[in-house]
Design a protein around this ligand. Structure first.
Ligand code: HSE
Length: 307
């Protein structure tokens, strides 16, 4: 194989109670990438459409992730990458993760798959480090592996895939403002109280149990964030209003997607997810801020090869 074309999905990280450890893969929003083998060694980003991002390999998240991988395997060919961005940078739905994950996935396929999807996560994390200053895996892991992913540990990296209950759907509203992950990490407190931690790990355990047993009421009871949302919510215009409307419209839970400004809701059934989309659409029109809304099933597969 000389060239591969990919759908690189958007992702929702944190899911309220799982800051830096939990994420899910979306199905209806994603970038396209073309990764090609070339005779000239090295990595070149040859084209970027849909966003104003650096072409220099060392300044590009896809380039940096690809470099981390090639440093290890030293192939006797080079790589060219075309990136067609559909996920806006700073949207909170894993824009940099999609590019980083796509690059390493594409190279792996062209090399005859020496690595599993989970093993590719550590290379893609280098792209996240460039984008946000932190090597978090809660977007790149679901983009690569699909479904929900839990980062059980970072050192050593231990990624657990959790299949989604079949009736779970996501609604995402993306107000068209940019919040940089690095800045949204800077607003966090370095220490949390034991009281908050107890609530958070109770909810995270509850959410994982709810996903495994398709217990939608347990998922509903667990989708809360005691630690991060109170510090970041104020940077997202009308966050509390939209969250409230999503819950009133029947969502199981709602919160900040990744580091924002996108707001996510999870619902049981497509009909409810669409009702949530309809109601938050109506409410957000009043703000005068441009926005996009997406409804998606959970993508169980992760990155997909397309023709
Ligand atoms: N867990 C990361 C954060 C995700 O919230 O900073 C960034 O998309």
């Amino acid at each position: 194989m000389e060239q591969i074309k990919l759908f690189c999905p958007a992702t929702i990280a944190n899911l309220s109670c799982g800051f830096d450890v939990l994420g899910l893969c979306l199905d209806t929003i994603g970038d396209e990438m073309i990764v090609s083998k070339t005779a000239n060694k090295g990595i070149r980003i040859t084209k970027i459409t849909g966003a104003d991002l650096p072409l220099e390999t060392i300044n590009n998240v896809a380039g940096v992730a690809a470099m981390a991988m090639l440093d290890e395997i030293q192939p006797d060919f080079g790589i060219e990458i075309d990136i067609h961005k559909k996920i806006k940078a700073g949207s909170g739905i894993g824009s940099s993760a999609a590019s980083a994950a796509g690059a390493v996935f594409g190279i792996n396929e062209l090399m005859g798959k020496p690595f599993s999807r989970k093993e590719l996560v550590r290379f893609a994390m280098k792209g996240e480090a460039l984008a946000s200053g932190s090597e978090h895996a809660d977007n790149v892991a679901p983009a690569l592996v699909g479904g929900f992913t839990l980062v059980r540990g970072y050192d050593p990296l231990d990624i657990i895939k959790i299949d989604s209950p079949s009736e779970l759907f996501a609604t995402v509203i993306h107000p068209q403002i940019e919040l940089k992950t690095s800045e949204m990490r800077a607003v966090l407190e370095p220490l949390v109280s034991l009281k908050s931690a107890i609530k958070q790990w109770g909810n995270l355990g509850g959410l994982i149990a709810g996903l495994y047993t398709s217990d939608y009421d347990l998922i509903h009871r667990s989708l809360h964030d005691e630690i991060v949302e109170p510090l970041r919510g104020k940077f997202i215009p009308k966050f509390e209003l939209i969250k409230g409307i999503a819950l009133k419209s029947g969502a199981l839970g709602a919160g900040i997607s990744g580091s924002g400004p996108s707001i996510y809701a999870l619902s049981k059934g497509l009909e409810t997810a669409e009702k949530v989309a309809f109601e938050i659409n109506k409410a957000y029109l009043d703000t005068g801020i441009p926005f996009e809304i997406h409804v998606s099933k959970i993508n169980s597969e992760g990155i997909k090869i397309i023709n």
